[in-house]
Ligand binder design. Structure first.
Ligand code: ZN
Ligand code: ZN
Length: 617
């Protein structure tokens, strides 16, 4: 029958209260204490968590002791270890602590058995807290916030480094509760104090974060924590325009911030080139559980905090948000609909910011925007139209020729300047670049034209123009006189009678297309096979609008176009090959990171899982 139990002190470990009970009641053997508290003679002394709390709290009821949940929350490291894990693990650990279940399982599912973070060898204490306690209570106790693996200083006495007592922290399987006392809390020089003293400022920040973590339950979106971290990383410039973490830069700067020596002391060395480095894994999509220390190291380095995680959640770290993106063709019926699957991102030379190119494959309208976007509304804004496309041009034609609208009114309806309307009416279907081509470039264009003339000696200028309108337009614009002199003469007027030979053109274009697709598929880093890309690669700007007239080419292209899923799978294969080439183990997180597969659907992911499996066996 339990007749007494000491009050819990503020921030006292449950272990400490039990140890004080043992001293206060004058039990000689620890088995007596266990018999008093748990009704059995055996049990392990657990400094950080606890077990069989239902049993204990039943016996403590009459002493106004804290409830079971209160004991877990305020007098163990439960919050400290569970804030970064899923709700199901949180619940399971709590259940194991209340019941007499296997606590080893709790340590295992919290990832504490597999990480290399070393625990303190002895209970820690602050000599100033000790003096104050003795004055105030006539005894002292083990403080929760001093024993955390990330605690190095006393936050109450900020200049005071925590010292090691003579009481071992975890004593194997032996049952031993030792209360803190003047007799076992005294200073002995230890070589690790040097490193703690010389890094006191940074270690104070780390201690603060750890203590916050231990004091309450945070409700973070744990499944998407890597995205939250990416957003934080993007704010500090550690994300490339494509949304990849610049691991080399991140690793290098984090090492510079903490110093090699300290990271080594904490057993958190960073190896930027190593695919299994904790920092790389922590900032990728992963299922692993990381020790709170690692989360804290990243947060402190990024000048963030466990308190700022929430406000960084659900923010997009992609420069242009997540696709698909809207078509912004003002005259398309599908205006505003999210039809553009992918954005091609390059770095803008003037601003250094990412510049996205958005191409609607349905209407040919394409636009570019300088990022990064500030919010989702930016997705409906563009800096420049790159190509108006056939739908827009038809509409322009319709307004002018069928509705007989003025150029001004047409411009208003198309939401463009009157200049743009004039330019397109003059036959410049493709807007030439603002600056004139360089002489070298112009020479190249001329050469291409002369090649065409040579290749098709019987063609008129108009027929040649049909072959490569882009080329013709540029030359017409910048070298009109030269073009007239170097085009077949006197045949132009036949054009009306002569039908353009599309059958022949189909046959000529097909090999160019095959070559272009092959080139796209052999890019060092995978590029999606789209009509736009093919046209660009083959240098046939009118490919899309003339595709109907070239059935063989069309059929071939349709068989080669890649869906988003197909492209994701190809990227996954590519990443697997790359990882294998580097001689590393092919893990899912590595493949996801390298191939940027964070947007892949569940079905695609399961296909990728299978792919990885087949590569690993
Ligand atoms: Zn203190
Ligand atoms: Zn469109």
């Amino acid at each position: 029958m339990l007749s007494y139990f000491p009050y819990f002190y503020e921030d006292e470990l449950l272990y400490s209260a039990i140890a004080r009970y043992h001293v206060h009641v004058g039990n000689i053997k620890l088995t007596h204490t266990l018999q008093d508290l748990y009704g059995k003679k055996y049990g392990r002394a657990i400094p950080d968590l606890a077990s069989q709390l239902n049993q204990l709290s039943n016996r403590l009821k009459k002493f106004e002791a804290p409830s079971t949940d209160e004991m877990i929350d305020k007098h163990t490291m439960y919050f400290y270890y569970t804030n970064f894990v899923s709700n199901s693990i949180k619940n399971e650990v709590r259940h194991l602590m209340k019941s007499g279940g296997d606590l080893g399982k709790a340590y295992r599912i919290l990832g504490l058995l597999s990480n290399k973070i070393k625990e303190t060898s002895h209970f820690k204490f602050c000599p100033e807290c000790l003096t104050e306690d003795l004055d105030k209570y006539g005894e002292t106790y083990w403080r929760l916030s001093h024993q955390l693996p990330t605690s190095f200083v006393c936050l109450k006495h900020k200049h005071q480094v925590l010292l090691f007592s003579r009481v071992p922290y975890r004593k194997g399987s032996r049952t031993k509760y030792v209360a803190a006392s003047e007799g076992n809390c005294y200073f002995l020089q230890d070589k690790c104090y040097d490193i703690i003293y010389s890094n006191k400022e940074i270690l104070t920040l780390i201690t603060e974060e750890g203590v916050k973590l231990a004091k309450r339950q945070y409700s973070w979106d744990i499944a998407n924590l890597h995205k939250t971290y990416r957003f934080m990383l993007s704010k500090r410039g550690y994300l490339t325009a494509q949304g990849f973490v610049n691991q080399t830069k991140l690793g290098r700067n984090l090492i510079r911030y903490y110093g090699d020596e300290l990271l080594k002391y904490l057993n958190c060395e960073v190896k930027p080139g190593d695919a299994s480095c904790w920092l790389r894994l922590l900032t990728s999509k992963h299922r692993a559980i990381f020790h709170p220390l690692k989360h804290i190291l990243l947060l402190v380095f990024l000048q963030e905090s466990v308190d700022s995680i929430k406000e960084n959640e659900n923010k997009s770290f992609f420069a242009f948000g997540e696709g698909p993106y809207p078509c912004l063709n003002p005259v398309a019926e599908h205006y505003g609909q999210r039809l553009i699957e992918d954005v091609q991102i390059k770095r803008d030379e003037n601003t250094g910011n990412p510049r996205g190119l958005f191409v609607c494959e349905k209407c040919g309208f394409s636009y570019s925007r300088i990022g990064p976007d500030k919010d989702i509304n930016d997705q409906f804004r563009y800096n420049k139209v790159i190509e108006y496309g056939p739908v827009w041009k038809e509409k322009l034609n319709y307004f002018i020729n069928n509705e007989n609208l003025s150029k001004k009114e047409t411009a208003r309806r198309l939401n463009v300047s009157i200049e743009t309307v004039r330019r397109y009416l003059n036959g410049f279907e493709k807007q030439p670049k603002k600056e004139a081509p360089t002489i070298k470039k112009l020479d190249e264009l001329k050469k291409r034209w002369l090649n065409l003339v040579e290749q098709y000696p019987n063609y008129s200028q108009n027929q040649l123009r049909e072959l490569d309108k882009g080329l013709y337009t540029l030359l017409y614009y910048y070298a009109k006189e030269w073009l007239q002199q170097n085009s077949p003469k006197g045949k132009t007027y036949h054009n009306g009678n002569k039908r353009f030979n599309w059958e022949e053109r189909d046959k000529q274009v097909l090999p160019l297309i095959k070559k272009a697709i092959e080139k796209i598929l052999n890019e060092e880093k995978p590029v999606r096979v789209t009509l736009y890309r093919i046209a660009q690669e083959a240098g046939i700007s009118e490919l899309k609008s003339k595709l109907e007239k070239m059935p063989e080419t069309k059929q071939y292209i349709l068989s080669k176009l890649e869906s988003v899923e197909q492209f994701q799978l190809r990227r996954a294969k590519w990443a697997i090959e790359m990882i294998k080439k580097q001689g590393m183990h092919v893990s899912k997180s590595k493949v996801m990171e390298m191939a940027n597969l964070h947007k892949a659907s569940i079905e695609t992911m399961s296909k990728i899982d299978k792919l990885i499996e087949s590569y690993n066996c």
